[in-house]
Design a protein around this ligand. Sequence first.
Ligand SMILES: NC(=O)c1ccc[n+]([C@@H]2O[C@H](COP(=O)([O-])OP(=O)(O)OC[C@H]3O[C@@H](n4cnc5c(N)ncnc54)[C@H](O)[C@@H]3O)[C@@H](O)[C@H]2O)c1
Ligand SMILES: [Zn+2]
Ligand SMILES: [Zn+2]
Length: 347
Amino acid sequence: MRAVVFEEFGKPAEVREVPDPAPAEHGVVVRVEATGLCRSDWHGWMGHDADIVLPHVPGHELAGVVEAVGARVTGRRPGDRVTVPFVCACGTCPACAAGDQQVCERQTQPGFSHWGSFAQYVALDHADVNLVAIPDGMAYATAAGLGCRFATAFRAVVQQGRVAAGQWVAVHGCGGVGLSAVMIAAAAGARVVAVDISPGALELARRFGAAHCLDARTVPDTAAAVRELTGGGAHLSLDALGSPLTCAASVNSLRRRGRHVQVGLLPSADGTTAVPMARAVALELELLGSHGMAAHTYPGMLELVRSGALRPDLLVTSVIGLDAAPAALAAMADAPGAGVTVVEPWA
Ligand SMILES: NC(=O)c1ccc[n+]([C@@H]2O[C@H](COP(=O)([O-])OP(=O)(O)OC[C@H]3O[C@@H](n4cnc5c(N)ncnc54)[C@H](O)[C@@H]3O)[C@@H](O)[C@H]2O)c1
Ligand SMILES: [Zn+2]
Ligand SMILES: [Zn+2]
């Protein structure tokens, strides 16, 4: 099969022929029809993920068709249209038993713990626990986002963030995660303040329901601006980029007893990030993390997609072939955001 491969972190990846994957006993191989370019792929390529063994094939936000099925899989057949939460849970550890597959103790992740979906085929573990059927009529390019950023944003806003109608929600960083969060929060009846440095991203945020858009290049203190616009601060705020700056801005955007949800990854040499904890104490803030979303909680999100309340199809602004993927991955270092790019490996 053809796949995007890198031999060294941060050095150009290339498309080459590699052996086709085979399914584990509990797993499947999926023919990849679409795979989103998520900033986590960029983090992996930069060497920020300790699980990655070189040479490596990135890609974790995917949709496609089941091609081959392991001997112990009972619920899936070749030909099934599927996506998968990028956290592939084991299904049996204490976290899984508690329903928290998104933080499974024995999770695997395509594109991180093993070769991913910037390829024509990808192997996925514990298929009966993790695979999610794609609704009839949904395009693969749309369904791919349900594998990572759309579902991650849904968990961050709805499950972890406990959004409620009439509340103020601030979203710092309006790329794939952030724009999804804007759409999901607005659909829940919240009033959204979107923050980005890209006019294109902010235009999309407005289209997806943001009441206010702040350009961080011209608004020096975005947290103060959010507090001003919301009459004292947001009830819920997300760092949907992942940087010490946006993390602090998100925490500082909150009103008393507000909730910060950290979605963006924060790589650092010692694994720590400075957070305005004095404010968290004085205002009794909640600081939460959010990591993907468990497959068994997808039906609630999919029902909102079916009803038209959520439109993940509108997030996709660019579709490219596998040959263009290495450059698109490298360009994430400094390209301004403007929607979601999807790779179609068979195009
Ligand atoms: N926790 C999880 O489960 C999970 C899942 C998916 C992605 N992520 C992480 O979430 C983050 C976002 O991923 P993505 O694919 O949406 O990224 P993206 O590159 O699509 O979006 C990032 C956005 O942030 C904007 N931005 C850059 N500098 C900014 C600043 N100073 N202030 C405000 N906005 C700024 C960019 O213009 C862009 O629109 C990444 O760190 C990714 O690794 C985490
Ligand atoms: Zn992702
Ligand atoms: Zn588990």
